[in-house]
Design a protein around this ligand. Structure first.
Ligand code: FMN
Length: 189
């Protein structure tokens, strides 16, 4: 069979392409996602796996652009994606120092799923970390109880053309495979 025919058969790398296309967006147009799109994105998050299936998260979908902008202003520069986002999802977690690592892991899984879901819908999303000194602003705006906290807010919207432009030369945004992936043993070990 000629090589060019085989090259056109989709393989594993093609199947996972939606994951590789997922990236951080920080600038959005004024056109908000639809309610249906937001529901789908949050469903992707709430179906994430979590430690012992505790599902420690609660998700606050923020539609109010004034609130989104206030969080953006309070948390710069980490929150710059919220300067133009037309929707956002706050991942609310219990305050629990003894579970901190496990909760942070679950937080990351839910956040990444929302980025992937947004990308699959042709939207874009970005992670905005909320530092400890910004958390009171978020807690107040979202009327949260004292035993919950927000570390991650996912900004969601329709990326602008410039935000969609590649941020770096093709193939250069990650370390070379040879520096990151090893077979069976640590190299030289
Ligand atoms: C744990 C974590 C926290 C992040 N926090 C922020 C953040 O607060 N603000 C921000 O703009 N980007 C944040 N990012 C996005 C990274 O900067 C981004 O993923 C990285 O630069 C690679 O860009 P790419 O995903 O578009 O390839 C965070 C990413 C991760 C994984």
């Amino acid at each position: 069979m000629p090589d060019d025919h085989r090259a056109s058969v989709p393989g594993p790398a093609d199947a996972i392409r939606p994951l590789l296309r997922t990236r951080q967006f920080r600038e959005f147009t004024a056109v908000p996602p639809t309610a249906e799109e937001l529901d789908a994105i949050v469903d992707a998050a709430r179906w994430s796996g979590s430690s012992q299936n505790t599902q420690p998260w609660r998700f606050v979908v923020i539609h109010d652009e004034a609130s989104i902008r206030r969080i953006a202003a309070a948390g710069m520069p980490l929150t710059r994606s919220l300067q133009t986002a037309t929707a956002a999802v706050a991942i609310v977690l219990p305050v629990s120092p003894e579970r901190a690592v496990s909760l942070a892991y679950d937080d990351g899984r839910a956040a990444e799923r929302m980025l992937i879901a947004a990308s699959m819908l042709g939207l874009g999303a970005g992670i905005a970390w909320i530092k400890a000194d910004t958390r009171p602003v978020v807690a107040d705006l979202l009327a949260m109880p004292a035993d919950r906290m927000v570390r991650t807010i996912v900004a969601i919207g329709r990326p602008t053309a410039s935000a969609r432009a590649p941020k770096s030369e093709p193939g250069s945004a990650r370390l070379p495979r040879s520096e990151v992936v090893f077979e069976d043993r640590w190299p030289g070990g």
